[in-house]
Ligand binder design. Structure first.
Ligand SMILES: *Cc1c(COP(=O)(O)O)cnc(C)c1O
Length: 412
């Protein structure tokens, strides 16, 4: 069946026809039949160069042979036991070894679950009620973080979804990214803040890059006010290098959330941090957290293979960075702005790179929509939103990058 018919049928069976809202492209999304390397093959017989890469996990591209082999080897041995498995301490050792700020880690099944648990843990450890997040920062689809952006630092959070209690998100305050004064003022005025959670590089509205010294000052301010610092590195973990943003920028958060790349394309999440804090997690301590699929062997095997491959190929990050630099240099200078960091990139339809959510929202999304469609017509699949990061993977060849650059030039 072709994509249009599949979607027509799916809309009868599933809300909006999809399993996650961003996939509901109009008039209908293409359906993927199979994928390999940098390419997606659609049910309509087209082949596309993929710069969406499942929104982040696939740093080695689709169906990477080393990961496929690891998953298949695990499947031979069964794929869910409900008991501990040797892969858990193995991946835990690998990840904590790569992150000086992580002594211990708990595996869960998604990034959302990781941030939900990290927030509960921060509250349980500190005994304080409120959390602070960044406007437009994305931490998954659970209640505490579904707060409308732009509600301001001093007002109470307003739900960003029906069904989220205003009483609950009243405990979620927000500050703009790259605004140290707002953070300092908020923490000075409120001594009931358990944690400040942020993406060190905003990946779900851009990328938006931290100003020089911003993260260092965030660390100093949170420490001064006795507030835990949670880095949500679900996108940036192993994306900005081994050890993610925290190693790249030399910051030690109290807690870290991971997901995406550490599962090699299978479902995973994790949270970790200082031993003293992680010791509060059940059954070692009183903060409850549990899951049927937590630490599932197939995800762990895919994660081990991915991180092993990244360690064995230290030149990869430089190659990915060179690829987005080549893209940047090839673009005609126009009204928009190209932002990139390592393998993350985005063209914003606004004159200068945004520094926060409000600036990002000034982008011309109607023009983005037309541009996105033209890129697809030229065989390049970008995330279907002005506010989702584009990626390149290890599987993208120089000729892929040239094709992407050529399409950008033509469409812009
Ligand atoms: C993707 C993402 C999440 C949510 O992860 P899921 O696995 O989709 O639940 C949380 N935080 C950040 C920064 C993310 O990019």
């Amino acid at each position: 069946m072709k994509s249009g018919d599949l979607f027509h049928n799916a809309q009868e069976l599933m809300p909006g026809g999809v399993s996650s809202p961003v996939r509901a492209i109009r008039p209908y999304p293409f359906y993927t039949a199979h994928a390999s390397g940098s390419r997606l093959a659609t049910e309509d017989g087209e082949t596309l160069i993929d710069c969406c890469l499942a929104y982040g996990p696939l740093i080695l591209g689709h169906a990477h042979p080393a990961i496929r082999e690891a998953i298949c080897a695990q499947l031979e041995k069964g794929w869910l036991y409900g008991t501990p498995v040797a892969l858990e301490p193995a991946l835990a050792s690998r990840i904590t070894g790569d992150h000086p700020a992580m002594d211990m880690i708990r595996f869960v099944s998604s990034g959302s679950e990781a941030t939900m648990a990290a927030i509960r843990l921060a509250r349980g450890y500190t005994g304080k009620k409120d959390i602070v997040k960044v406007e437009g920062g994305f931490h998954g689809a659970h209640d505490a973080v579904l707060v409308q952006a732009g509600s301001g630092a001093t007002t109470l959070g307003v739900p960003d979804s029906a069904g989220v209690l205003a009483d609950l998100v009243a405990h979620t305050r927000q500050v703009p990214f790259n605004d140290l004064e707002a953070l300092d003022a908020l923490l000075a005025a409120n001594d009931d803040v358990a944690a400040f959670i942020l993406e060190p590089v905003m990946g779900n509205i851009g990328p938006i890059l931290p100003d020089d010294g911003y993260l260092r000052e965030v660390r100093a301010i949170t420490r001064e006010h006795d507030v835990l610092l949670i880095f949500d590195e679900v996108i940036t973990g192993y994306r900005l290098g081994i050890g993610g943003a925290q190693v790249r920028y030399g910051i030690e958060p109290d807690l870290t959330t991971l997901g995406k790349i550490i599962g090699g394309g299978l479902p995973i999440g994790a949270f970790g941090g200082r031993r003293e804090i992680m010791g509060m997690v059940a059954p070692a301590g009183p903060v409850y957290q549990a899951g049927t699929f937590s630490g599932n062997p197939a995800s762990l095997a895919a994660g081990m293979a991915t991180l092993g491959w990244l360690h064995a190929h230290p030149g990869l990050y430089g190659r990915l960075d060179a690829a987005t630099r080549a893209l940047a240099e090839s673009l005609p200078s126009r009204a928009g702005s190209f932002v990139r960091l390592g393998s993350m990139f985005k063209y914003f339809f606004r004159p200068s790179p945004p520094r926060n959510y409000r600036e990002a929202k000034e982008s011309d999304t109607a023009t983005f929509g037309r541009f996105w469609k033209k890129m697809l017509d030229l065989g390049i699949f970008l995330p279907p939103s002005q506010f989702e990061t584009n990626f390149v993977s290890a599987a993208h060849t120089e000729s892929d990058i040239e094709a992407i650059a050529g399409a950008y030039a033509a469409c812009l």
